[in-house]
Design a protein around this ligand. Structure first.
Ligand code: SAM
Length: 277
């Protein structure tokens, strides 16, 4: 019998993946967790029925959420990841020699354990550890409320704005990010689909823009996520992502990110620009 796993991307649209094998299905204190081996995407992690990452295309999301903001900041020494339980963003951040300390605050220890076991290509840092890497299992919202003038770059690698991730899209959280950053710090957040999450995108761009002097959204093509185009939004106190001199950037052995994309990913189609007016 053929087995399919459907993610309902909107009330009226789903993405289905034909499953070779169900590797894990469980319930943590916070969410339903599934790992499926699928024909098209390879092994995939789903939380509360929503696809989070896959072996096939994880490099795109993780390179873009890590390298773009880290290369906007001239000296990203103290870095924080909120969420990121699969370890992919941490793996990419630790490729930057300038990073002295990387903290990660993930609410669900069960996600970390499951990813260690079933997605070792992504969770390398969670498996081997790293002298710069410090993992805390806890709520990123509380962590941020307590931090002050501490980080150069904050990466909000969160799930959708439902369940434990809901407060990570609130204006109060962005105010706490501002407070937790040093005087020239910046933060980035995955900000969903420009096709299917327009009211959310519009609202958070406005909220971040009311707090940070510089707000910029950039795009990446990610087949796993709704509509295949995904947004990331930066709030920055001093450095403008559009002013980066890409000629001076290092060459990284990446599969998606490159110097041209560091710049071109900020070129927005008119319908997205319209949302931010
Ligand atoms: N790449 C993914 C995406 O865009 O769908 C995100 C993946 S990562 C697995 C998201 C993580 O955020 C999950 O492991 C989830 O447990 C975590 N998370 C959700 N709410 C959180 C919170 N309040 N504090 C810390 N981590 C949180």
């Amino acid at each position: 019998m053929e087995l399919w796993f459907n993610e309902f991307q909107t009330d009226n649209l789903s993405l289905g993946a034909r499953v070779k094998e169900t590797l894990y299905m469980g319930k943590s204190e916070f969410q339903d967790i599934a790992v499926l081996d699928t024909f098209e995407f390879g092994r995939m992690l789903a939380l509360d029925g929503v696809f989070q990452t896959s072996i096939f295309d994880e490099f795109i999301y993780h390179e873009m959420i890590a390298h773009v903001p880290l290369l906007v900041h001239p000296a990203p020494r103290q870095v924080l990841i909120i969420g990121g339980g699969d370890g992919g963003a941490a793996r990419e951040v630790l490729r930057h020699a300038a990073v002295e300390r990387l903290e990660m605050v993930e609410i669900d220890g069960a996600v970390v354990d499951v990813c260690r076991r079933y997605l070792p290509e992504i969770s390398t840092v969670l498996i081997t550890g790293h002298d710069k890497f410090h993992l805390k299992i806890g709520d990123g919202i509380n962590h941020m409320a307590q931090a002050e003038n501490k980080y150069d770059v904050i990466i909000v690698d969160c799930s959708d704005p439902i369940g434990p991730g809901e407060g990570l899209f609130a204006r109060r959280f962005y105010e706490d990010c501002f407070k937790a950053l040093k005087a020239d710090g910046l933060f980035v957040q995955q900000t969903e689909s420009p096709f299917y999450h327009q009211p959310l995108l519009k609202r958070l761009y406005k909220d971040i823009g009311a707090i940070f002097p510089i707000t910029r959204t950039y795009l990446a093509q990610i087949p796993l996520y709704p509509g295949g185009t995904h947004c990331f939004t930066i709030g920055s106190k001093r450095y403008d992502p559009l002013a980066v001199d890409t000629a001076k950037l290092p060459d990284l052995a990446t599969r998606y990110w490159n110097k041209e994309i560091q710049k071109s990913s900020f070129a927005l189609p008119n319908f997205v620009k319209e949302l931010f007016k």
